[in-house]
Design a protein around this ligand. Structure first.
Ligand SMILES: Cc1cc2nc3c(=O)[nH]c(=O)nc-3n(C[C@H](O)[C@H](O)[C@H](O)COP(=O)(O)OP(=O)(O)OC[C@H]3O[C@@H](n4cnc5c(N)ncnc54)[C@H](O)[C@@H]3O)c2cc1C
Length: 285
């Protein structure tokens, strides 16, 4: 098996690295302190095709493969993991599921604006009482003749305040417990109200909000296929965790290293410190 990157993959990796070093890294500390995502960055990411790296060209994307997309995420996250999360949620949790599970009409209507960065994607599954156990969510979608009326509250929604395209999960079958009674809807940002911006301990340049829906109307064509919600949530989480965990792990290691350097001076501790330094250097270069 050939594990080498292709020329195209190397090229896109170099482009992403150059961009991240020039336009993200120098600003990362300011964005972190400001606790906000710089919206104008979406335009720059879109110009380079990074809002739709692995989306086919016919849907407005750059038409590269999935590994190229991961390489781009890696470079963006190296400069600022909050930017990496923003693009990962937008692509893996919104654009790709619509491309995979949407009807022809839904693909043609919703994917190109996302791939071109004209709309930012948000994925609204988590609720105050439904985190890991996503299937216990309470947001309800009730049939109203023309489609659905949706009411409920969502929590921890990355990009949820950007007014873009929201892939939102609601219970369509109150009689069926768990994920099988849940469906996904493609909503416009105007369907939700942002009630709070989350105060996080890290990834501060990514925006994470609470949302409410009060009798929001969704036409019939807003229902995303007939899907089993948990299956693609699990897939999307793999991409996001690879970004989030690496960031947290490195920050934790840096704090441990600092504490050890500050407090103790002996040869055993120094050997542990060397191991930690090796791990940080391996993970960040
Ligand atoms: C930065 C950030 C961005 C996010 N963005 C989004 C987003 O865009 N959209 C979205 O829908 N959600 C988002 N989330 C929410 C995220 O998906 C949830 O935090 C996650 O699903 C866990 O839910 P919880 O926080 O309620 O934790 P809980 O479910 O309360 O879990 C707390 C801890 O208990 C453990 N645990 C839970 N159940 C069990 C069990 N049965 N057995 C053993 N251990 C268990 C968990 O592993 C975890 O360590 C985001 C979260 C963060 C931190």
């Amino acid at each position: 098996m050939d594990f080498e990157l292709t020329d195209d993959q190397r090229e896109i990796q170099a482009l992403a690295r150059e961009f991240a070093q020039a336009e993200i890294e120098p600003n990362a500390a300011d964005w972190d302190r400001a606790h906000g995502f710089p919206r104008e960055l979406i335009g720059r990411l879109a110009e380079l095709g990074f809002t739709g790296v692995c989306i086919p060209e016919e849907y407005g994307g750059a038409g590269a493969d999935f590994l190229s997309y991961i390489l781009v995420l890696e470079e963006l996250s190296r400069a600022d993991a909050g930017v990496g999360v923003t693009v990962a949620v937008h692509t893996s949790a919104v654009t790709l599921p619509i491309l995979t599970f949407g009807s022809d009409e839904q693909r043609a209507r919703f994917v190109p604006p996302l791939a071109r960065g004209e709309a930012v994607g948000a994925f609204a599954l988590t609720e105050p009482e439904a985190g890991s156990d996503a299937g216990s969510l309470r947001t309800s979608a009730t049939p109203n003749g023309n489609g659905w009326t949706i009411s409920g509250a969502k929590q921890w929604i990355t990009n949820g305040g950007f007014g873009g395209t929201i892939l939102l999960f609601a219970r369509t079958d109150p009689e069926t417990p768990g994920a099988k009674g849940v469906s996904a809807f493609i909503l416009d940002g105007s369907a939700v109200t942002v009630t709070r911006e989350e105060e996080k301990l890290g990834l501060n340049s990514s925006s994470t909000v609470d949302l409410v829906l009060e009798d929001a109307l969704a036409d019939r064509d807003r229902l995303l296929g007939d899907i089993f919600a948990q299956s693609f949530f699990n897939e999307a989480r793999v991409d996001m965790r690879s970004v989030i965990r690496s960031d947290y792990e490195i920050n934790v290691l840096r704090h441990v290293r600092f504490a050890l350097y500050s407090c103790v001076e002996n040869s055993l501790v120094k050997r542990v410190l060397c191991k930690i330094d090796d791990r940080i250097s391996y993970a960040t270069h």
